[in-house]
Ligand binder design. Structure first.
Ligand code: ZN
Length: 338
C-alpha cells in the first residue's frame, strides 16, 4: 500500500471514539482466565516468566496503553484516568513499557477534521479492530475496512515475534513479552463481532456496501457501531459488555465450552484470518432483526424486532465468543511452547 493510501486508510478507520475498549476489562480478563486454564505446563511457565502475570491479568494491558497521550510538547506520557485505571494497576510499576510501545507504534498519520479527540492517541489503536462490512461472508484483506495495520495483521505480527521472526512493518514489537501482551488482548478483540465487522449505513438507515465501490463513503461510517445508539448506550459498547454473572474470572462452564472449540488444522499464520472470518459470520447474527434510523451526522439509532429476545441471543453469543477467544489464545501459546 502506498503511503498516501495508508494515510487515507488511517483517516477512514480512526473515526473511533477514545472510549472504544473492545470487551470491557472483565471480558479481556475472562478470555485470559480461560486460556490460563488450558495451557500446558511449559507454556504456563513461559507466560509467567515473560510477563510476570498470568494471561488473565495481562488481558487489559493493550487497553492500558490507550492512557498514553501525546503532550503539547510532542512527548508521550501515561496519564492516569480513574475510569480506566483499575485493570491497569498490575502494570503501574512499568508504565514506561507502555509509553515505549506506544511511541514505537504511534505511526505518523493524518486525522480527519472533527476527530481531534483521537489525535493524541496514536495509530496503534487501529491494531484493535477491523471494519469488514457485515454483508461479507469472510475476512479478506482486499475488502474495505481492512488494512496492513488492522487487528488480523497485528495478531499475525505478534505471532511472528513469538516464533522468532521479524514483525512486518508498521508493527514495531520489541520482544516476546510485548508480543504476548498484545496477543493476550487482541485474540479477545478478534472474537467481538463489532470489532471485526461493521454496518455501513445510508441516509435512510439501510445497509450500504463499501465493497461495491471499493471505497468507504465517510457518511456511511458507523465506527464499528460506536455511532449507533440504543437509547443512551452505543451499540458497540453493548457488545463490549460481558454477562454480569461471569465477573472477571472464568467459571468452569466457560472453560468447558472452550475445551469444545475444535483445534485449528491450518498453518498458525492463517489462524487470525480464519478466526476473523468466523467472527464476520457471527456479526451477521448480531445484525439480525435490527433496523436503523439516521438521527444526525455520524449518528444513528437502532431498533430491534424483539429487544428482550435480542438481548438473550446476544448473551449466548458473547459466552460462545469468550470461550472461543480463550481457546484460541491458549492454542497459540501452546503451539509456541508445546
Ligand atoms: Zn482492544
Amino acid at each position: 500500500m502506498s503511503r498516501r493510501a495508508a494515510t487515507l486508510a488511517f483517516v477512514l478507520c480512526l473515526l473511533l471514539p477514545q472510549s472504544a475498549f473492545a470487551w470491557g476489562p472483565d471480558g479481556h480478563r475472562l478470555v485470559g482466565s480461560i486460556a490460563d486454564q488450558l495451557l500446558n505446563p511449559r507454556a504456563k511457565q513461559h507466560v509467567r516468566t515473560l510477563l510476570g502475570v498470568d494471561l488473565r491479568e495481562a488481558g487489559p494491558w493493550l487497553d492500558c496503553v490507550k492512557s498514553v497521550h501525546r503532550q503539547t510538547d510532542g512527548s508521550l506520557a501515561y496519564i492516569v484516568d480513574s475510569r480506566y485505571e483499575p485493570p491497569c494497576t498490575p502494570f503501574a510499576n512499568d508504565r514506561a513499557a507502555m509509553v515505549d510501545y506506544a511511541g514505537r507504534n504511534w505511526i505518523d498519520c493524518v486525522y480527519p477534521e472533527g476527530a481531534s479527540a483521537t489525535a493524541n492517541l496514536g495509530c496503534h489503536n487501529t491494531y484493535h479492530f477491523d471494519d469488514v462490512a457485515v454483508q461479507r461472508d469472510r475476512f479478506d484483506r482486499n475488502y474495505a475496512g481492512t488494512n496492513d495495520h488492522d487487528l488480523v495483521a497485528a495478531i499475525n505480527a505478534a505471532i511472528a515475534v513469538l516464533l522468532d521472526r521479524p514483525a512486518p512493518p508498521p508493527f514495531d514489537i520489541k520482544n516476546k513479552k510485548e508480543a504476548l501482551f498484545m496477543l493476550a488482548h487482541l485474540v479477545g478483540d478478534l472474537a467481538q463481532p463489532l470489532h471485526v465487522a461493521a454496518p455501513y449505513l445510508g441516509p435512510d438507515g439501510s445497509l450500504v456496501d463499501p465493497d461495491v465501490t471499493h471505497t468507504i463513503d465517510p457518511n456511511t461510517e458507523t465506527a464499528g457501531g460506536n455511532w449507533i445508539h440504543d437509547g443512551s448506550q452505543a451499540f458497540h459498547h453493548e457488545w463490549d459488555d460481558t454477562p454480569s454473572d461471569l465477573g472477571d474470572t472464568a467459571p468452569q462452564t466457560l472453560v468447558d465450552a472452550a475445551k469444545q472449540v475444535p483445534a485449528d488444522t491450518d498453518r498458525i499464520e492463517n489462524w487470525s484470518a480464519i478466526w476473523a472470518t468466523d467472527t464476520v459470520l457471527v456479526a451477521k447474527e448480531a445484525m439480525a432483526d435490527t433496523s436503523f434510523a439516521k438521527t444526525g451526522p455520524r449518528k444513528w439509532t437502532i431498533s430491534f424486532a424483539d429487544r428482550p429476545a435480542y438481548l438473550r441471543k446476544a448473551d449466548g453469543i458473547k459466552r460462545q465468543q469468550l470461550a472461543k477467544a480463550g481457546a484460541r489464545l491458549a492454542e497459540i501459546v501452546n503451539k509456541v511452547w508445546p
